[in-house]
Design a protein around this ligand. Sequence first.
Ligand SMILES: [Zn+2]
Length: 464
Amino acid sequence: MATKYAIIDIETTGGLAKRDRITEIAIVISDGKKIIDQYDTLIDPGISIPYNITRITGITNDMVVDAPKFYEVAKKIVEMTEDTIFVAHNVGFDYGFIQNAFASLGYSFSKRRLCTVRMSRKAFPGLKSYSLGNLIKHFDISVNDRHRALEDAVATTKIFHMILEQKPSEIKERKLISEAVALTRLPEGITMEYIKTLPTQTGVYYMSNESNEIVYIGKSVNIQKRIKQHFSKVDNKTDKMLQKVRSIHYELTGSELAALVKEAVEIKELKPEINKALRRSDYPYGVYLVEKKNDYFKFKSAKLTNAIENQFEIISRHSSARTAKSFIKRYTSAFGLCRQINEIEKDTGGACFEYAMQKCLGACIQLEDPSSYNERVLEAAEMTNVFLEPNFVIVDHGRDDTEKAVFLVEEGVFKGYGYISSEDVFLGIEEIKESIQYLKTDKQITSIVRNQLSTNTKLNIIKF
Ligand SMILES: [Zn+2]
C-alpha cells in the first residue's frame, strides 16, 4: 500500500494549544504526487474569537456560531487521517492543537509527523524565510484566501509535493518517511486504532497467535510505544510477529522491576516461541557445568544449542564468547577452582600454574578430592543466586498512587514480589511478606533484581 499523507492546516483563536481553540480545520489527503481527497470545516470553538485574530484569519464569531463543535467532526478527522502521515507547515503547532482537542475528548491522537518548514530548509537551501507566505511568493503558488485553512493546506501540499520531487539522497526525511511506511505494516486483525488504545504506562504485554497461544512476551515502560516500535522495524523478529500475531493484551505493573521480573517468570513458564528464538540470538553463549574426566566438575562455555539446553542447566547467558569466558575466570579465581580444569589454561598433563602459587588445591593432579572440589564448584554456581545483604525489601511505586510494589530478599535469596497499600508498607515485615507472591529461585531473575538495584536510583530499600 502506498504511503498516504494528511496535509493539515488549522485556524485558531490564538497561539496557545492549552488555552486556545480550533476555529477551522482543513485536511488534504495526498499520495505524495497528487491530491486524492480534501475536507474543510469551520469549528465552533466554544469561546470568543479575539478581534486581532479575526483580522488575520477573516473568521468571525458569527461565522462559527452554527459550525459543528470539535467533537462532532472528531470521527471524520480520525477516519480521514487513518494510516496517514501528519504533514503541516510548522507541524508542532497544528499537531499540538489537534492532539489537545482529542485529549479533551479522552482520545489519544498519535501520528507520524513531517514538517514542511524543516523539509523546505533542506530541500530549498538559501531562502530568506521559510514562512508559508514567503514560500508561496517564492514559488509563485496561486492562492485565493491566505490564512484560511483549506487554501493554506493546499499551498502546503504543493510545496510538499515539490519537496518529494527532490532527489532522495538530498532529503534526510526520506528515512523518516520509510520508517513511517514500515509502521503501516501491521499483523492481520490488529489496527493502528487498536494499538493507540494500548496504555502508555509500564507493564508486560502478550502477543498471541490465532489459536490464542502466547507467542511473545515483552515488557516496557511505555507499552503502546514499544508495540509501535516492534512493528516499525524491518527484521526477522518483525516478520515473525506479522506472520503469527493476531491479538495483543497486557498487564500494568507500575514498577519497572515488577515488569522485568514478571516478564522473565512468564517467558520461562510459557516459553513463547518468538522469545525462545530471540533469547538464543541475543545471548547465544552460555555457561554450564559438565563432568570432567576423574569426576571433577568443570565450567564450560559454548554457543548454545537445543541439545545443550535440554541436557544442562545454563548457569549464565552471554552475548559473546568473551564475556562467557570472563565469567568463568571470575568464579574460578573467587572460589579457588582450577584454571586448567576450567580450560582457562592449557592442560599440560601436570599441575596448573595456580597450584604452584597455592591458589589451586591441586584438583588438576588429583590431589584434591573430587567431592570437596565439586562442593566449591556447586557453591560458586549457587552464588549467582545469592545477595550479599541477606534480608531486605525493595519498595517501588505501584500501579497507582495508593499502592507500592514490594520485592522480598530473605537469607540472601530473592523470594518474590507483590503489591501492598502505600500505608501498609510501614506496618512491618510480616505485613509485607503477606502480600508477596513467592517465586522459584532463579538465577536470571536474581541477576535482573541485582542489576536494577545498581542502576535504578528510585528504588527504596528497607532492611530487616
Ligand atoms: Zn589446578
